[in-house]
Ligand binder design. Structure first.
Ligand SMILES: [Zn+2]
Length: 373
């Protein structure tokens, strides 16, 4: 991975480059910032730059043997350390999961943690960096023969270091063996044990701007319209954007049902609303509750439109088009009752009530509330 392969973050790249060019690489570097902002790619590009034999124009060459090893995820002087789960009869070393990790970083270069958990084959697991891993790092760094000047350890998520592991690592971070460089990548600097955190040189990696994110998503193959929508609501996170995109089909369905409810309620089409409640009743309990949450969100967003605070809105283009016309119907006289009505229906659904009756009752009450001014 070259710096050029990482979108944005020009200032961070400049600082990393200068550390190498001026021969002032810290022994423990921490890249911290929100998930889905490309920190681990920066770390990989940095390690590759450190080892590259033909650096030029502020980037690694991508061609020398060392770059090739990095790109193939088997650089001889580089160790990857990351959270894993403990399975019975197995040690809990990162290296045991090397293959999965290699797949993971190529499938999910922005390091979607949930996806990593799935990859570990146990969705209820809480992956950690266990004490064995600390001992293993110590052992490997002691005995590792070295082909370049620096050994690098890429440590993903130091906030998941067990305390005993951190204590083992402390020695390494404090009195590095020869020229070992720890490059840590954290989504949550505050979650790192202070003993480790205070010994790192820290670089904050900012979230992507909406337009940067839009560009990244398109480069990853998302179509332009969806990339624009996702960039607006994903808070700068590539991972969040893809997750949201995958549920956007659901969301579209909820949107259609919401718009239909409001239109028919305004038109007092009671008979048609009976058909509507039948359709919602067929969704199943879990989606019904999600649908109600979705309705509450759109109602709130519509109310917020009165306040002219555009930046609070997190709507897709279709939703925005609807809300632009709909918002005058949600006002100070009905917003509280409207939300309360939906919440009550949610409780009734959760309590195993008859969905057809609950949603029809809700629809009839919306008829009354929507005309209140
Ligand atoms: Zn190179």
């Amino acid at each position: 991975m070259k710096f050029a392969d990482v979108a944005g973050h020009e200032e961070v790249k400049r600082r990393l480059r200068e550390m190498v060019d001026n021969d002032r690489i810290p022994h423990a570097l921490l890249l911290e910032g929100p998930s889905g902002s490309g920190k681990f790619m920066l770390a990989r590009a940095f390690a590759q730059y450190i080892h590259c034999q033909h650096r030029h124009n502020g980037d690694s060459c991508g061609q020398c043997p060392s770059c090739r090893q990095h790109q193939a995820f088997n650089h001889i002087d580089t160790i990857y350390s990351f959270p894993v789960v403990k399975k019975s009869g197995r040690t809990a070393l990162s290296d045991d999961y090397r293959e999965q990790f290699s797949e993971f970083i190529s499938e999910s270069p922005y390091m979607d943690f949930d996806r990593w958990v799935t990859k570990l084959d146990n969705i209820n697991a809480q992956p950690m960096i266990y004490v064995e891993e600390g001992a293993e790092l110590l052992r490997r760094l002691t005995y590792m023969t070295r082909s370049s000047r620096f050994k690098t350890v890429l440590l993903w998520l130091p906030e998941r270091l067990k305390e005993e592991t951190a204590n083992k690592l402390l020695k390494l971070v404090e009195e590095p063996f020869g020229d070992t460089i720890f490059i840590m990548v954290s989504n949550n600097g505050r979650g790192i044990l202070p003993t480790i955190y205070s010994r790192t040189q820290r670089i904050a990696v900012q979230r992507y701007s909406d337009s940067e994110l839009e560009g990244v998503l398109q480069a990853q193959g998302m179509d332009a319209a969806q990339a624009a929508d996702m960039a607006r609501i994903a808070d700068g996170s590539v991972n969040q954007a893809w997750k949201t995109a995958s549920v956007s089909t659901e969301r579209r369905k909820y949107f259609d049902l919401f718009a239909e409810l409001m239109r028919k309620a305004y038109g007092r089409k009671v008979l048609e609303l009976r058909g509507w409640s039948k359709a919602v009743a067929e969704l199943g309990r879990e989606p019904q509750m999600q649908f109600i949450d979705y309705c509450c969100r759109l109602i709130r967003e519509s109310f917020v439109m009165h306040l002219h605070v555009d930046s609070l809105l997190t709507l897709s283009a279709a939703e925005r088009g609807f809300v632009d016309r709909f918002f005058p119907f949600i006002n100070e006289k009905n917003v509280v009752d409207m939300i309360e009505l939906f919440n009550r229906s949610r409780r009734d659904i959760a309590g195993n009530g008859n969905a057809k009756i609950i949603f029809f009752d809700l629809a009839v009450r919306v008829i009354m509330l929507i005309r209140r001014k």
